[in-house]
Design a protein around this ligand. Structure first.
Ligand code: FDP
Length: 368
């Protein structure tokens, strides 16, 4: 029998992701294990990216490819590598019939028409941070296909409501690598143990603080923000909240999820629909946020209620602690009722809110 002092000499390692996934699967009597396998495929690709990210500076994996992705953004070598790794893992796994990737314009058919699932993925998010050793991440979203198994998946499978996600998550390559995911029954976080090659449950049942004092946005865009966003941020400054912005959505979201805060990426003149992508950034993070007790809105409606109409659709995103997001939403409501025009995606278009404001801000001309 172990004496009382012995366990502290050999602390238990904890629950591995594999065991956790299997355990969760066993609570669904009709589960076939395919979603579990899909999650394991994603975790495996994540481990490989972790390895590549960690030695990028040593084996010439930093820097640009000299090419652009479908969004017109310059591709980093690791963007391309991560895309290949995830595609390969998902194709070989067999559970996904189609993939939507930030790096590719069209639906990627895996060749597994019997696969039940669709995966939307941003293989490596925050790519401007790759070369400077700052946190980056992978974001994923999983849907069950709606067209019959055995047929070629279609746009109908890929453009489902965010509320139809069966799982979503991210892998954060930061000071440690973490995989955080939800299948709709809470959010759990696993930290990668390099020596074991395993993700270990480190953050069970993540519940985010209801309120917070961190705000995260690109302050350099201030002049391009709408007045209600400026008013909200001014209030954050007045309250001496803490400004924290990495410029890696996963890192910024993760910090705010754990500590309590709000992340804002409003529309700007440069990105009138917002910069972030709905299918593989907005939807999965909104799903996790709601599961952890947070709120995600585009300024007019919950992000999960947005109707997707194209694979690389963009969205404004305001996500985080409910008290903070609600305070911002109230400012949107006030401006909407004042000017009686729509906000969010239409606010910077001709006739939109920003234009209305500019008109109002201009000196009044005499009537005649
Ligand atoms: P990036 O373009 O560097 O891949 O996905 C878009 C994203 O990163 C987010 O991760 C990040 O929060 C944001 O863009 C940063 O954008 P800005 O440089 O405009 O602030």
């Amino acid at each position: 029998m172990e004496s009382a002092s012995i366990p502290s000499l050999a602390l238990p390692v904890g629950v591995t992701l594999d065991r956790y996934i299997m355990h969760k699967q066993s609570s669904f009597p009709f589960a076939t294990g395919e979603l579990s396998q899909l999650l394991r495929d994603i975790a495996l690709a994540g481990k490989i990216i972790h390895r590549e990210v960690n030695r990028a500076g040593l084996i010439d994996l930093t820097g640009g490819m000299g090419s652009q992705n479908v969004q017109g953004e310059s591709q980093q070598k690791l963007d391309v590598i991560a895309n290949i790794r995830f595609k390969r893992a998902l194709k070989n796994g067999g559970e996904a019939c189609a993939i939507i990737s930030e790096e590719e314009e069209d639906i990627i058919y895996t060749g597994n028409q019997n696969g039940k699932y669709i995966v939307a993925i941003d293989p490596l998010d925050g790519s401007s941070n790759i070369d400077v050793n700052v946190s980056i991440g992978t974001i994923f979203s999983i849907y069950r296909r709606v067209t019959p198994v055995g047929t070629l998946p279609t746009m109908v499978d890929c453009l489902q409501s965010g509320r139809k996600q069966v799982a979503a998550g991210y892998i954060l390559y930061g000071s440690s690598t973490m995989l955080v995911y939800s299948t709709g029954c809470g959010v759990n976080g696993f930290t990668y143990d390099n020596s074991l090659g395993e993700f270990i449950l480190s953050h069970p049942d993540i519940t985010s603080p209801k309120d917070g004092s961190i705000y995260s946005c690109n302050d350099g865009n201030w002049e391009l923000y709408d007045e209600s966003v400026k008013a909200y941020l001014t209030d954050c400054r007045r309250k001496q909240y803490t400004a924290r912005y990495i410029g890696s959505l996963v890192g910024d979201f993760h910090r705010n999820l754990l500590k309590g805060g709000i992340y804002l990426y409003p529309p700007t003149v440069k990105s009138p629909q917002g910069k972030l992508r709905l299918l593989y950034e907005g939807f999965p993070l909104a799903f996790l946020a709601e599961q952890a007790g947070c709120i995600a809105t585009d300024g007019t409606q919950p992000v999960l209620d947005i109707d997707p109409h194209s694979l690389h659709q963009r969205t404004p995103l305001y996500i985080g602690a409910p008290v903070m997001v609600q305070a911002l939403s109230r400012m949107f409501q006030v401006s909407r009722s004042k000017f009686q025009v729509g906000f969010a995606t239409s606010n910077l278009e001709p006739g939109g809110l920003a234009e209305t404001w500019n008109r109002r801000a201009a000196p009044l001309k005499p009537e005649t």
